[in-house]
Design a protein around this ligand. Structure first.
Ligand code: ADP
Length: 299
């Protein structure tokens, strides 16, 4: 065994003799620094160690992004939904998305769809049972359940039994190895795009912490995670395109203008900082209390 291997072996023995994950983490970091582990190997090992700190709601595909079809849909309709979305499994619901009753697999549909007379049959005839988990389920536990249940997709329920989202084994794997792009994945738009004029175009789904990192702000909320959620929370309703929200932070003000929104979601927000003394009247109309939701910020 070479000296690196020897030193790594030493460390591994120490991992298992050591009590607590802090020691293990420390040993991985040291091994990475010393070159006994490649940086990506170290980072994967650290991610695995942190899996049990994650709940499924932290990494799920949210309900609004789920492709699903009504249980009364025909097999032809389900085939079209699968073809359009590029997903190989889609939930089937009764009446509305809060009532998911099963999952349909593309391979089952393919078999049925080979006979044209089956196209008008209801998709419920090829639906398999769904596996449901609560939002708070630990991701490591879920991984074990995926293994034992031999199913790799779970529907996530909120505390009232409504649908909160969906998670597959790929979402868990991505936590360890980083983003995995499928053949059919459309290139993702960046959540925060800096503009030449110093402003930023922000996706409604962008996390406050990512916006803070990009713009040097300190937005915080106990209630919501995303900028779309924050603006809706402040307004007490879904804000309309063109509405401005003034955010005060230590040393200045920033304006968040809703660029695109529909009756369900804020899609795009334009953000820019106001220069000291610059009149913010053009940006008025934001809900009162915006400043109260902003943490004392950097500027
Ligand atoms: P697929 O290849 O069928 O898309 P994966 O397990 O590779 O399934 O999942 C890739 C990503 O797509 C994951 O983020 C997962 O949560 C998401 N996903 C899978 N099925 C659906 C669906 N029916 N609707 C929305 N998102 C889905």
């Amino acid at each position: 065994m070479d000296s690196d291997g020897g030193s790594l072996w030493h460390r591994i023995t120490r991992f298992f003799n050591a009590k607590g994950s802090d020691n293990v983490e420390q040993a991985i970091i040291e091994a990475s620094h010393e070159g006994a582990l490649q940086a990506y190997e170290g980072s994967m090992l650290l991610s695995i160690l942190h899996l049990d700190e994650l709940q499924v709601q932290d990494i799920m595909t949210p309900r609004t992004d789920i492709t699903a079809v009504d249980s009364t849909s025909s097999i032809a309709r389900a085939v079209a939904a699968i073809a359009e979305s590029g997903h190989s499994r889609i939930p089937i619901y009764l009446d509305n998305r809060d009532n998911i009753v099963g999952i349909v697999y593309s391979k089952d549909l393919l078999r049925e769809a080979m006979l044209p007379e089956n196209h008008s049959k209801p998709v419920s005839s090829v639906t398999r049972p769904a596996f449901f988990v609560p939002e708070t389920k630990n991701v490591l536990e879920l991984l074990n359940e995926f293994k034992t249940k031999k199913t790799h997709l779970a529907v996530i329920l909120d505390e009232y039994g409504g649908t909160s989202g969906l998670i597959t084994i790929e979402d868990v794997l991505e936590e360890i190895v980083g983003d995995i792009e499928d053949e059919h994945d459309a290139p993702k738009e960046a959540d925060v795009t800096m503009l030449e004029n110093g402003g930023a175009l922000i996706a409604g789904r962008a996390y406050l912490e990512d916006i803070n990192d990009a713009l040097g702000l300190r937005l915080e909320s106990d209630e919501v995670d995303t900028i779309g959620g924050l603006l809706s929370h402040i307004a007490g309703r879904l804000p309309m395109p063109g509405e401005d929200f003034i955010l005060k932070y230590q040393g200045g003000e920033a304006v968040f203008r809703v660029e695109e929104a529909d009756s369900k979601q804020v899609h795009k927000v334009l953000a820019y900082k106001l220069e000291p003394g610059q009149n913010a009247t053009a940006a008025e109309g934001g809900g009162p209390g915006l400043a109260a939701n902003a943490g004392p910020g950097a500027g």
